[in-house]
Design a protein around this ligand. Sequence first.
Ligand SMILES: *Cc1c(COP(=O)(O)O)cnc(C)c1O
Length: 457
Amino acid sequence: MPTVIEPFRIKAVEPLRMTTPEERRRILEAADWNLFRVAAEDILIDLLTDSGTGAMSAQQWAGIMRGDESYAGARSWYRFRDRVRELTGFDHIIPTHQGRAAERILFSCLGVRDRVVVSNTHFDTTRANVEFLGGRALDLPTPEALRPGEIHPFKGNIDLQALVDVLDDDAIDVACVILTITNNSGGGQPASLANIRAASEISRSRAVPFFLDACRFAENAYFIKLREEGYADRSVESIARETFSLADGATFSAKKDGLANIGGFLGSNDDRLAEQEEALLILTEGFPTYGGMAGRDLEAIAVGLREVVEEDYLRYRTASVAYLGNGLAAAGYPIVQPPGGHAIYIDAGAFLPDIPPRAFPAHALACALYLEGGIRSVEIGTLMFGGTDPATGEERTAPLELLRLAVPRRVYTKSHIDYVLEVARAVAERREGVSGYRIVEEPAQLRHFTARLAPLA
Ligand SMILES: *Cc1c(COP(=O)(O)O)cnc(C)c1O
């Protein structure tokens, strides 16, 4: 049958609260025009993030009850460790409370001060952790990644020639290469195994450690199966294992393809590095058999890491995200093509050409979608990545002004997405009335989370 259905039925429901347009205007104004400051109860369809917002399965909830909360050597720890090791093959598995804790521990132990970390595109917390520790985060996306409308199967690739040039430049001290799969900030686009393998060989042959930011490894592996020659008959599990085998380690947020609401890990094959990482883990996260998690979280992730590689699930997952993307494109929105694995990225710079990057066109569109229909989305542009460059002191703008509509895993049905498309069509009809924004107050790091803004008109 051509219809790809949700491969599950619903066992527990959570009511949504409706609001009126007048209420939403008051709510957004009181939140200083920053959707991160709006209470979730005041949101109808929350596409802010796919991180930690997924619905757990009956098996995962059963795991929650089985959770062993022993401080040291809990049963749940062994179940978690064994599944992570089976999937990734890493010698050392270091449990953290979420992905950014793994990043902080990795970059602290590698030593990134006055050095460079190279990526296809750093995610915002990854970049912030590198910069906070005094390093420079350098993005080398494949050139197609900067052409949003162009269809290319692997826009998450790293630019291999640029990587060689950077690694061979004696003036640049590279601490590590970290490839983000799928490339979240670059449109949720996958990297091919050929690209990952080449990047790994280029890095390792120059004695530079090669890591994966593997938050969406299953979505990446499924795209490889669909799009890369030679992988159509391979299981997602085996493609994922091959991917991990090319890396010296990985950071992982279990809030994405862990199908859990919290958790993460840091994997490593370097004994000496892992020893330092464990020491820092004990100091700041917890004992090495639970890290920053409860035993029940370890159980939920161990189960989630099996469910996420099921191909019925991944077929539904990618089809439902593509349905949103194709509907938005049909409504006249320029989107990053092709649709990504976890989210649709609208090229708001192209959709609202009269609003310059410094007036945050993607943020303006986010506010318009909320005011129109209670939808929450997130700017991935100059509000998120702009501000003062700590290395050069220059005011920077993002390469693209994107608005991300991220789809939580196993949460919304097709009619929820149809509603989102209706709201988007209504906003598209009135786009001339959408104005830009200015920042009234901002923090030094990760300003988009807490900044206070105001409309320009
Ligand atoms: C979510 C995410 C992180 C950070 O993980 P948290 O669990 O939110 O700390 C890092 N990298 C990418 C690509 C992500 O999507």
